[in-house]
Design a protein around this ligand. Sequence first.
Ligand SMILES: [Zn+2]
Length: 173
Amino acid sequence: MPLPVPAACSLQLVDDLVAERQSGKNKLFFNGIAAEWRRRVQTYLDERGSPATVPTWPLIGPDKKKFLNLYASPADGTAQKNVLAALRDHTLTICPACGEAGRPNTLDHYLPKDVYPHFCVTPHNLFPMCDACQIEKGSKTGDVADPRFFLHPYYDIFIGQQVLGLSIHAPYV
Ligand SMILES: [Zn+2]
């Protein structure tokens, strides 16, 4: 099902994260990649998160953990903690991916953080999902032939009208 696009600005978050790191040990790293990171987030927004056209960033491989740590254990009051808290503060009563009843209690990375660590706290890449869907989806991204094997709740077009009907009549053999 479609979800409203997050209120938080994904580009602003990059600026805020880099600014917050000016007094930390990773200052030089984040200053060095800030412009490229911002450009890649813009590409994500322009390409609507499509794995077919949003490239991975192989050069950051050795520094992957510097990104993943942003998601894993953010301190209170940090830019990404506030963004993640807002995404978790939803009123959904069904999973947007499968429609199963119950509050979806995890956040899924549409482009998985293992493959795209630089989008691990990008709000437009995160949405609520149930545990079963997340296990099923895992780190799959689709491929060129089937880039949208999982619909993106912020970008993909969902059919809002019934297109098929089925009537069953006797005799039931
Ligand atoms: Zn689900």
